[in-house]
Write a protein that binds this ligand. Structure first.
Ligand SMILES: *Cc1c(COP(=O)(O)O)cnc(C)c1O
Length: 417
C-alpha cells in the first residue's frame, strides 16, 4: 500500500519524503508509486485507492468519495451519448457522502493522515477562502489532530459543520471545536495566505502545501481513478472548473498512472479547464491574452487564485500541453444559465463553481471540440448543500479571534498553549 518515491518532475531526482520543493528549480514533486497496477482494496471511501495514495494507514471515519455515474438528463439536453458525471458532495441516493459538500474533502483526509504518519505531530496551518477550510475543520474534528485555519472575514459564512439533524447536538465531536482554531483575517484571501505563511514557519506548525502537497493532489486524483474503474478506461475528456488548477494537475497525473497501468487505454484524458471571467489568470496565460481588470463580482470567488501553479515543471501548463488541453473563460450569466440547466436536468443542487465547468462543456460542444459520441467526464466539484440541510443541522464555526497582522496571530496562538 501507498509505497512510493518522491521525485522532482523536472529531473526525476528522488527527494526526502516530506519535501515540498525541489533543490535545483521550481519543479513540483510527484509520487512515483511502487504499485504499477492499481488493485482496489475493500476499504471505505477513497482508501479503496490506497495503492496510489501517499499514506500507509487510513482514517476509517473519512468515508467520502467521488461517485461516477452516467448522465441521462444533462446528456439528453446537450445531445451527448457518453457523458459521465463525477459528483463530489452530499447525495445519499447516489451514494455520495462528502461531509463538507466539495471535493476539498478528498484533499483533507489524505493530507491529515500523511501528517500523522510524519510522527512529529505538528499543527497544520491552512489559509482558505472557504471550502478548503471547511474540509480541514471537519477532518480535524473527527481525528482530533489540530489545525489552525485562517479565513477572511467575508468567507466566514462558509464555515459550517454538519451535526446530525434533530434537536440536541448530542454528538459531542461536532460541538467541541477543541482541535480547530479558526482565526478570522481582516482582508482578503491573500492577506490570509501571508499570515499563514508566517505562522507555519514557527516551530510546531506545518504548512498544508497547496498544489505542492502530493497528498492533496493524489486525493483529488481519485476522481479520475474512480471514473476509469467505473468505465473500464480513461475517459477521453475531463471538464473541471479551476482556480489554482491543482485538480487539473491531479487528473493528469492520475491519467499518467492509469496509462502506465496498461489496462485502461493508452490515451490521456484531455483536460478542459474552466475559469470565471474576468478573474481568470490561467485562461489569459494559456490564450496569450492581456488580462482584463479584476472584478469583485464573481459567480464563485473560490475560483480566483492570483498565483496559480502554472509555469513550473509539472504544473498546469505542462498538464495542458501533455493532454492537448483547452481553457475556457466563462461569464457570470453563462454560469448562471448552466447551473440552472444542470440542476433541472440532474435533479440535485450544485455549488456555483462547478456550474462554470458545465458552461465550458456547452462551449466545447458548440465549438466542435468534443463530439456527441465521445466519452466525457464532467467533474461536479461540489454540491448537495440543500440536500444536506434536509438531513443535518448545519452549525457555524465561530472564529476565536480576528487579526490584521501575523504578530497578532502568533501571540494569540502562544497564549493558547
Ligand atoms: C477549490 C475548488 C475548485 C477549484 O479547484 P482547483 O484547486 O483549482 O483544482 C473547484 N470547485 C470547488 C467546489 C472548489 O472548492
Amino acid at each position: 500500500m501507498g509505497e512510493y518515491w518522491l521525485r522532482c518532475v523536472s529531473d526525476g531526482s528522488v527527494q526526502p519524503v516530506y519535501s515540498l520543493s525541489c533543490p535545483h528549480d521550481s519543479s513540483l514533486l510527484r509520487a512515483d508509486y511502487l504499485a504499477r497496477q492499481i488493485q482496489p482494496k475493500s476499504l471505505p471511501g477513497i482508501w479503496r485507492f490506497l495503492d496510489w495514495l501517499p499514506v500507509q494507514g487510513i482514517i476509517a471515519e473519512a468515508e467520502g468519495a467521488p461517485v461516477t455515474y452516467r448522465s441521462l438528463g444533462l446528456a439528453r439536453e446537450l445531445g451527448l451519448e457518453n457523458l459521465y458525471i463525477s459528483y463530489s458532495g452530499h447525495w445519499p441516493e447516489r451514494g455520495a457522502k462528502m461531509p463538507t459538500c466539495s471535493f476539498k474533502d478528498l484533499e483533507a483526509a489524505p493530507t491529515m493522515q500523511r501528517l500523522k504518519e510524519r510522527g512529529d505531530n505538528p499543527t497544520l496551518v491552512v489559509a482558505s477562502a472557504g471550502n478548503t477550510a471547511r474540509a480541514f475543520a471537519h477532518i480535524s474534528l473527527i481525528t482530533c489532530q489540530p489545525v489552525v485555519l485562517f479565513v477572511p472575514e467575508k468567507a466566514l459564512d462558509r464555515m459550517w459543520t454538519a451535526a446530525p439533524a434533530g434537536g440536541e447536538q448530542s454528538s459531542s465531536a461536532h460541538r467541541d471545536t477543541g482541535p480547530v482554531t479558526l482565526i478570522a483575517v481582516r482582508g482578503d484571501y491573500y492577506d490570509a495566505i501571508s499570515i499563514a505563511e508566517k505562522v507555519q514557519s514557527q516551530p510546531g506548525f506545518a504548512p498544508e502545501g497547496g498544489a505542492r502537497n502530493i497528498a492533496r493532489r493524489d486525493g483529488m486524483g481519485t476522481v479520475m481513478l474512480d471514473a476509469a474503474l467505473t468505465l473500464g478506461r480513461i475517459p477521453r475528456h475531463y471538464f473541471q472548473a479551476v482556480g489554482s488548477g491543482t485538480g487539473g494537475i491531479a487528473a493528469w497525473e492520475a491519467s499518467l498512472r492509469l496509462r502506465a497501468d496498461g489496462r485502461f487505454g493508452s490515451v490521456l484524458s484531455r483536460l478542459h479547464l474552466a475559469q470565471n471571467l474576468p478573474n481568470a489568470p490561467i485562461y489569459y496565460s494559456w490564450k496569450g491574452k492581456e488580462p482584463e481588470p479584476v472584478s469583485n463580482d464573481m459567480f464563485d470567488d473560490v475560483l480566483y487564485n492570483r498565483k496559480p501553479p502554472y509555469g513550473m515543471p509539472g504544473g498546469v501548463k505542462d498538464a495542458l500541453l501533455d493532454t492537448g488541453g483547452e481553457v475556457y473563460g466563462i461569464t457570470n450569466p453563462q454560469a448562471a444559465a448552466a447551473k440552472k440547466l444542470f440542476e433541472q436536468s440532474e435533479e440535485i443542487d450544485i455549488l456555483n463553481a462547478p456550474a462554470i465547468a458545465v458552461a465550458a462543456l456547452e462551449q466545447a460542444i458548440a465549438e466542435g471540440s468534443v463530439l456527441p459520441e465521445d466519452t466525457i467526464l464532467l467533474n461536479i466539484t461540489g454540491g448537495g448543500i440543500s440536500r444536506m440541510k434536509e438531513d443535518h443541522t448545519l452549525k457555524m464555526l465561530k472564529p476565536q479571534t480576528t487579526v490584521s497582522h501575523w504578530e497578532q496571530a502568533v501571540s494569540f496562538l502562544e497564549s493558547k498553549r
